[in-house]
Design a protein around this ligand. Structure first.
Ligand code: SF4
Ligand code: MG
Length: 332
């Protein structure tokens, strides 16, 4: 059987008064059951917009899917009716967002919100759904679940609130979870705990998991493979370990060099110069060329295709070989 989720040549644009912003320009990625894909990129790279198009929660207008397929268990979600789509979204795929506080209802107890999932989707009684809510809170390791089930979102810490969001996403045991910056608002220790919890649940239920993040540091231990996005395109894909050892794209190299490392304490942290492009005016050629330390004339005119680096890796850089060769040396 094919992949759980197969995104093919996806295009999304935003029609604004200033013009058409090409937010997603031909993205391909797939994730299998039991596999974790990290989608990495700066804000504005198209990683969240791609996820919103996959989930069917894109803001339309101004956002429009203008091409491609989103095959989920072999069915193209983009060709389903709104009703069919809602059913898939409720039970078979779920999303975890960065900001739990604004995703939860402040005037309903956490138990009521969790229980609602079972009342609405499974037709359970109030009493049974309450019991299920406690069980779920327990499963995401919220201490004293039987008491805390009566509390309101503001009574939970950021990390505990994010566990509640994960419990909501897990409630109907979906086949796929998409987590968009699930730990960005949390402090570093709590980040690691929440990431570990997600990874553990993913294994236990053999789910597909897509982790969207701007932070290459948080996904190293949990992801199987990585897709790096820049200006609406995937510019590198790789199994996770290969990319840390030897990135095949200068942008990925820059992201790696900007992760703080314990063994380089006291050293000035590298930062990629410049800003991501305005999507209304994506630079010609390689969109990364104005910021790239390796840019040549060809980079300003020719869009690099996604070159096959190995059977499991690809890079959209004209100079991927040179970039790989440099991986052993220190550019800072
Ligand atoms: Fe840099 Fe050129 Fe490669 Fe783009 S194609 S990443 S500008 S070297
Ligand atoms: Mg985002």
């Amino acid at each position: 059987s094919g992949p759980l989720l197969d995104v093919r040549d996806l295009h999304v644009e935003f029609r604004t008064r200033e013009g058409v912003a090409k937010a997603v320009n031909g993205v391909n990625y797939s994730v299998n059951a039991g596999e974790t894909l990290a989608v990495l990129g700066e804000s504005g790279s198209g990683k969240s917009v791609t996820a919103q198009a996959v989930m069917g929660i894109l803001d339309t207008p101004p956002g429009y899917v203008t091409g491609g397929q989103v095959l989920f268990q072999g069915q193209d979600l983009l060709r389903m009716s709104g009703e069919e789509r809602r059913k898939v979204r409720g039970a078979r795929m779920a999303m975890v967002f960065q900001d739990a506080l604004s995703s939860l209802n402040p005037v309903l107890s956490v138990g009521e919100q969790l229980g609602e999932m079972f009342r609405v989707h499974r037709g359970m009684s109030r009493k049974d759904s309450r019991a299920k809510a406690v069980e779920l809170m327990d499963r995401v390791r919220i201490p004293a679940a039987a008491e805390r089930v009566r509390q309101y979102p503001h009574q939970f810490s950021g990390g505990m609130r994010q566990r509640v969001m994960i419990a909501m996403a897990m409630a109907l045991e979906p086949d796929l979870i998409i987590a968009d910056e699930p730990t960005t608002a949390l402090d570093v220790t709590v980040q690691a705990q929440v990431m570990d919890l997600l990874a553990e649940l993913q294994r236990e239920y053999n789910m597909g998991l897509i982790l969207i993040t701007h932070d290459l540091g948080v996904v190293a231990d949990v992801a199987d493979k990585i897709a790096v996005m820049y200006a609406g395109r995937i510019i590198e894909t790789s199994p996770v370990h290969d990319i840390y050892r030897a990135p095949a794209h200068p942008y990925t190299r820059g992201l790696l060099d900007s992760i703080p490392r314990l063994d380089q304490k006291g050293r000035e942290l590298y930062a990629i110069k410049g800003l991501p492009p305005n999507l209304l005016h994506i630079p010609p050629g390689c969109a990364f060329h104005p910021r790239c330390p390796r840019a040549q004339q060809v980079c300003r005119t020719d869009v690099p295709p996604l070159y096959q680096v190995s059977t499991v890796r690809a890079s959209a850089c004209h100079f991927w070989k040179e970039t790989l060769d440099d991986a052993g040396t220190d550019q800072n």
